[in-house]
Design a protein around this ligand. Sequence first.
Ligand code: SF4
Ligand code: SF4
Length: 374
Amino acid sequence: MNGVALRRKILGVHRRIRQARLFAKAMQSSRHPVLAHVIPTRRCNLCCAYCNEYDRHSPPVPAAEMLRRIDRLAELGTAIITFSGGEPLLHPDLDELIRRVRQHGIFATVITNGYLLSPRRIERLNRAGLDQLQVSIDNVLPDEVSKKSLKVIEKRLQWLARYAEFDVSINSVIGAPVRNPADALVVARRAVQLGFAVTAGILHDDCGQLVPLSEQQHAVFNEMVNLQKPFFGYGRQDPFQQKLARGLPNNWHCRAGCRYLYVCENGLVHYCSQERGFPGIPLMEYSTEHLNRAYETVKPCAPYCTISCVQRVAMLDQLREAPLEAILNLLQPPLGQQSPREPPVLLRMLTWMFLTGAGRQLFRKAALRVLGVK
Ligand code: SF4
Ligand code: SF4
């Protein structure tokens, strides 16, 4: 094992411990943001046909302003900050921003199209303390819809496999009108070969709502499920996305505006990238009262929403508030199967703990003691 691989392993173990602490903290209190997406620049170097989150001209948000926003998110108790865009690697001070996130003990992640990666850039991200990088790839060869293409990015992926000390995941949008929907499988298999995690998002319209999948896209989605790492040690795809892939609505309470924040380039808090303008309050004025209100607000767009990061965060609250429902959700049969698989021992133990008062008490005390959460 070379030096980078060893360091990656050690940092990976440390990261899993921090993730467990983050999980414990999220389970303990419902009134701090678990995840915030912040936009350091709206500008992108590509122009994907299905995207409504970029422009070609905006300047980067000045570093001093971004640092103030990060400090404010830390004050609100945010656990994970993701830099998204536009293309966040276009921000000249991204490393400094990542460093500030890590100084607050917050998990730092970046979503990128990967075009600007180089061995030196990866090394700088290592030094800044990046925890996770998600590269979005839609097809094998560029077409009129997307140039986030495996053939263009291949060399960068090899550099990531060789030099990155942070976690890497590859995401494909299923339902994007690319020339060949089956390309997502080629991308996913290559990602697995290189040792990366694989995720699949489902395309949404301008309001974050499901765009129904064609038969072929549905089949591709099903196959991708088997290439993914198990979700919470059980199902390979999260239950929200499974239902949406079948064209079915989800019954859930979106906690955007509290547990998930979208902070645009102007420093305003929105529910998510597709519900911009709600509530549209400056982050610097965002208070516990705003968090509490957003937590309770029912969002009518929830049933057919495809924004998976908000749904994953909502699962934590569901697990705390309605453990039986949450666990039953997780025990849904994997796609294409009629009955649930036998749950693994760990999940059965967790089920017992969450379903009995004594088990819950025991679990909470033990977890908080082990993780040193106050
Ligand atoms: S690379 Fe990402 S941000 Fe840029 S246009 Fe494509 S989807 Fe939008
Ligand atoms: S349900 Fe929540 S995450 Fe989904 S579109 Fe509506 S506000 Fe955004």
